[in-house]
Every structure is written in structure tokens, then in C-alpha cells.
Write a protein that binds this ligand. Structure first.
Ligand code: PEP
Length: 258
């Protein structure tokens, strides 16, 4: 079985000192564990170098929360994939629902961001998921299919192999409303079958599809036990070292049982 992936998305939280403490606490806690799970910390841009410095000595990796759709140039305030790669940042979250909602990111823009990342051999963590109205209307499969086809399916098989997909039902993000393990499994299986049709069985099998949306220490084990849930994208619960490490331990437990 492939190792699980657990990514902590800190969003726009923590002062520099608090970030340093959180990184050190996670580093110390993981240091004692012989883990197989891929653990990734995704702090705000300003703390990326701090995180990659620690990651060089620790058993976690580092992700940015966004990157520019452009290579370089007169785009004030933007950060390019090249700049991130220069800092040894290997992963980048793309298309989080908050970026789609507050910053107008469309599937077409996200397809460009994915291109910028794969061009510099970074790993896009491509987020998809329906809003509550779409779930209630029963259009959630269509919505997710469109997000995946328009944002990712232009990639060559070699580039697609680098991608991680995060299914995050928007109604479950930061709300305390978690998708049931069955709802998560059903959507993950659907996503894997889309990928299988496009890229074949091996690439679909190897793809990591992780779940995000109010995942916490008390529900992580059950979510990660679903056959098509390959880990989690963790928001609120990644801001406390103890909670985050418990989620990593849940991923480890499931990884060992299988
Ligand atoms: C997220 O924002 O990616 C997320 C999953 O948040 P939370 O865990 O707080 O729901």
C-alpha cells in the first residue's frame, strides 16, 4: 500500500514566533516516530524558508499555499513557482476553495498554475469540491468532474503523475461538518475512476487522493481507513502540534494495518 499523505494548511495564521514554535513542536514529536506517512507543512509564504530550513533536518516537507499563474514579470505581489522551487519548496496547494471564492480563481487559471508548478518539478496539491447547494442539488459529481477535467486533464501522463488531488467539500471546511467516511470514499472512488479512464490503471492506482474538511484527531482514523482516502489536508487542526501529530499517527496506524 502506498504511504498516506497528511498536509497541514495553516492559511493566514500565526506570527513568526508562533510559526517557529509550531514547526519545532511538530519536528520534535515526529522525530521520535519512524514514520512512513508523507507529512507536509504549508505555512504562509513568509515562513516558507523557515520551514524548508527545518524540513532539511526533519521528517516533513514544505508546501506553499498558492503560486502565480505567470512565469515572471510585472505582476506586483505575486510569487512564482520558480521562486518557490529555488527555496526548496516541493509542494504547492492550488485551487483551495477560499482562493476560488475570494480571489476568483477559475479552473482555467488553475490549469496555468499547475503548468507552472510541473514545469519546475513541483508537486501541485489540486483542490476540488462542491459547495453545499451543489451537494443538496445532487450535482456534486458533475462539479468535481469539471474541476478535475478543466484543471488537470491537459497534463501529459508524466506531469499528471506528480499531482496530488485533495477532495474538500466546501461545506465541510472550517465548519465542523465532516463528510461521512462513506461520502468521502464515494467521491474519491469517483475521482480515481475518472483518472483511470484518462490515464490508465497504474497512474490512477498510484494517485494520492486526500480528504479535507474538518478532519481532526477523532475522525481521522475512520476517514483514512477508507480504501480510496490516501490521507488528509488539514486546516484548523494543523495549527496545534498535538492535534496535527495525532492525525499523522492515525495515518500511520492505517498505513501499518494495510
Ligand atoms: C482546509 O482549509 O483545507 C481545511 C480542510 O480546513 P479545516 O480542516 O479547518 O476544515
Amino acid at each position: 500500500m502506498k504511504p498516506k499523505v497528511v498536509i497541514g494548511n495553516w492559511k493566514m495564521n500565526k506570527s513568526f514566533d508562533e510559526a517557529e514554535d509550531l514547526i519545532s513542536d511538530i519536528e520534535d514529536a515526529l522525530d521520535g516516530l519512524n514514520i512512513n506517512t508523507l507529512v507536509v507543512l504549508s505555512p504562509p509564504y513568509l515562513y516558507l524558508e523557515l520551514t524548508t530550513d527545518h524540513a532539511a533536518e526533519a521528517n516533513f516537507e514544505c508546501a506553499a499555499q498558492n503560486c502565480s499563474q505567470f512565469k515572471n514579470g510585472a505582476y506586483t505581489g505575486e510569487i512564482s513557482a520558480n521562486m518557490l522551487a529555488d527555496l526548496d519548496v516541493e509542494f504547492c496547494i492550488i485551487g483551495h476553495s477560499e482562493r476560488r471564492k475570494y480571489f476568483g480563481e477559475t479552473n482555467a487559471i488553475l490549469a496555468e498554475k499547475v503548468n507552472r508548478l510541473t514545469e519546475v518539478d513541483m508537486i501541485p496539491v489540486y483542490c476540488c469540491g462542491e459547495v453545499v447547494e451543489e451537494r443538496k442539488a445532487g450535482t456534486h459529481f458533475e462539479v468535481v468532474e469539471k474541476q478535475i477535467k478543466e484543471g488537470l486533464f491537459h497534463l501529459s501522463p508524466e506531469a499528471f503523475e506528480r499531482v496530488i488531488i485533495a477532495y474538500e467539500p466546501v461545506w465541510a471546511i472550517g465548519t465542523g461538518l465532516t463528510a461521512t467516511p462513506q461520502q468521502a470514499e464515494e467521491m474519491h472512488l469517483f475521482i480515481r475512476s475518472l483518472v483511470e479512464k484518462k490515464y490508465g490503471t497504474e497512474i490512477a492506482y498510484n494517485l494520492h487522493i486526500i480528504y479535507g474538511g474538518s478532519c481532526n484527531p477523532s475522525n481521522a482514523l475512520e476517514l483514512f481507513s477508507q480504501p480510496n482516502v490516501d490521507g488528509g489536508l488539514i486546516g484548523g487542526a494543523s495549527l496545534k502540534a498535538e492535534d496535527f501529530v495525532e492525525i499523522v499517527e492515525a495515518a500511520e496506524t492505517v498505513g501499518k494495518e494495510n
